[in-house]
Design a protein around this ligand. Sequence first.
Ligand code: CMP
Length: 137
Amino acid sequence: MERTLSIIKPDAVAKNVIGKIVDRFESNGLRIVGMKKIQLSKSDAGKFYEVHAGRPFFGELVEFMTSGPVVAMVLEGENAVAKNRELMGATNPKEAEAGTIRADFAQSIDANAVHGSDSLENAKIEIDFFFAGRELL
Ligand code: CMP
């Protein structure tokens, strides 16, 4: 059993497809053990994406992630980290396999509908960023 963090980004929240994305996870054996809708501040987004701080796209990433509310979720299941990444598809929706969340709901590499932890180690850090232990059930 693993837990991983998923974020439904502002573009997908604005498109009113929260439920459709959640269904992809539940229909594929992942359980929602924590969920919240939240407006990130610039400081929140900068801290969350700290590893990308030196990258040329960092400013736009922070701008985009604070452009509207996001939905943060903790997904639990067997191989949850890899399963979530498989369901999301490639970071750039133009390269995402048909039937993946990004192929179906994303427009661009910035507005790419969802974020998912890239390793179990980062999943723990990212889950702690958004959730207290008592919010995970
Ligand atoms: P995410 O999985 O949330 O992690 C960092 C985000 O930066 C990524 O999804 C993309 O939305 C965004 N991004 C923008 N440009 C790039 C790029 N060239 N490489 C990787 N991520 C990028």
